[in-house]
Design a protein around this ligand. Structure first.
Ligand SMILES: Cc1cc2nc3c(=O)[nH]c(=O)nc-3n(C[C@H](O)[C@H](O)[C@H](O)COP(=O)(O)O)c2cc1C
Length: 375
């Protein structure tokens, strides 16, 4: 037996546990989840969140024994993250399951997107699973209970910026209320920022969802300058000594010229970093059996997005030293490693978590070299 053979075939105990968790999730948990509630993905999602949100404290304390600990802590934008992998925006818009995310191994959660006013979102159906493509198409349209409801929920639990009540830093993604005209977008975002600032460790500005008409035009130089300028200025008024960090979440469909402009504007206005990337309006890399779903309007996430999102992270990292949270088609620990190697310091999951469950979190937590790109 050669050394190369041994190196290729020896599986560490961590890898073995991750593989067993993955097999267990795919064989037993996922089939039940995907077929309950008459297979309605949105209903299942809400029920699962509700169930997680109601888990008793005594059980939450024990879950890490099975799911594994967070690893590779890092300080980003003045925030101490206990690990590298977090919940992507949209997975828990209203923070219903926020008490449980740390227990399953996440090191942070980006709650939201919430808007200044509660809104129902688009008509159902608006969420489509593409299992053969390992993907999701959604046009939810920021269905959420509103920023004040999220603030009240966090307040009730005693969450305050920096106090780690939930066991992890809380990000909150804010977006524009659908009925607010684009010309009044700045005030709409400012209302959300002021309302949620006491409770959030960072804010993410969502200007990249494809499901609110005109929203992505806020990524253009002038509009983005006004928006980020006003938001950053307000964070300085709210807390002059320690302004809350503001991240900008970008689309994966931007040209290099558009990225140049975004980064220049964000560096000028004092943005703390980027989340890259949101869902794509492209429809490449779908499995032939699911091509008929490509005509569904909305954003595509999961495996078909990996390359585009990774390219976006790479292009941002080439242009700036500001920190990047990578998200988009991270379906395996190897994908997460590729995002770290491309320059991301943290990663976020949505679709990969739906398809692979907690094994994916544990697999990312046990990566040994998330920082090799920066070494
Ligand atoms: C059903 C669904 C809802 C989403 N809602 C939001 C949202 O409210 N705000 C946001 O910034 N991103 C939202 N996203 C985008 C994700 O945060 C993430 O950027 C994208 O799905 C790519 O990551 P993934 O391939 O791991 O899912 C949503 C994604 C999905 C699938």
């Amino acid at each position: 037996m050669t050394a190369a053979y041994v190196a290729r075939n020896v599986v560490t105990s961590d890898e073995l546990i991750v593989r067993l968790m993955l097999v267990g999730y795919r064989a037993f948990v996922r089939p039940v989840l995907f077929t309950s509630a008459n297979g309605d993905p949105e209903e299942i999602h809400q029920r699962t969140l509700g169930m997680m949100g109601n888990l008793p404290e005594s059980l939450l304390d024990r879950i890490p024994l099975v799911m594994g600990e967070r690893c590779n802590p890092v300080r980003v934008a003045g925030i101490d993250f206990p690990g590298r992998v977090g919940v992507a925006a949209g997975l828990d818009k209203d923070g219903v399951a926020a008490r449980a995310w740390g227990a399953v191994g996440f090191a942070f959660a980006e709650l939201g997107t919430v808007t200044a006013r509660a809104q129902p979102g688009n008509r159902q159906p608006r969420l489509f699973r593409l299992p053969h493509s390992h993907a999701i198409i959604n046009r939810m349209g920021f269905n959420n209970a509103g920023v004040e409801a999220l603030a009240a929920r966090l307040d009730q639990w005693g969450v305050r910026r920096g106090n780690e009540t939930l066991g992890y830093p809380v990000g909150v993604s804010i977006g524009k209320t659908r009925v607010t005209p684009l010309a009044e977008a700045v005030d709409d975002y400012l209302f959300s920022l002021r309302t949620i600032a006491p409770y959030a460790d960072y804010i993410a500005i969502n200007v990249s969802s494809p499901n609110t008409a005109g929203l992505r035009s806020l990524q253009k130089r002038e509009a983005l300058g006004s928006l980020t300028g006003a938001l950053v200025e307000t964070t300085r008024e709210l807390d002059p000594d320690r302004p809350i960090p503001v991240f900008v979440k970008v689309a994966p469909d931007l040209s290099e010229g558009e990225l140049d402009a975004i980064i220049e504007v964000c560096e000028t206005t004092g943005i703390s970093g980027f989340v890259a990337a949101n869902t794509t309006i492209g429809r490449q890399f779908l499995h032939p059996s699911e091509l008929h779903l490509s005509t569904q309007a909305g954003g595509l996430s999961g495996a078909p997005l990996t390359r585009k999102a990774l390219r976006t992270v790479t292009e941002i990292a080439k242009r700036t030293d500001l920190p990047i949270m990578g998200t988009g088609g991270i379906m395996s620990p190897a994908d997460a490693q590729a995002f770290f190697d491309a320059g991301a310091v943290l990663v976020q999951l949505y679709t990969g978590f739906i398809y692979s469950g907690p094994a994916l979190i544990r697999g990312i937590n046990t990566l040994t070299h998330p920082d090799r790109a920066r070494a």
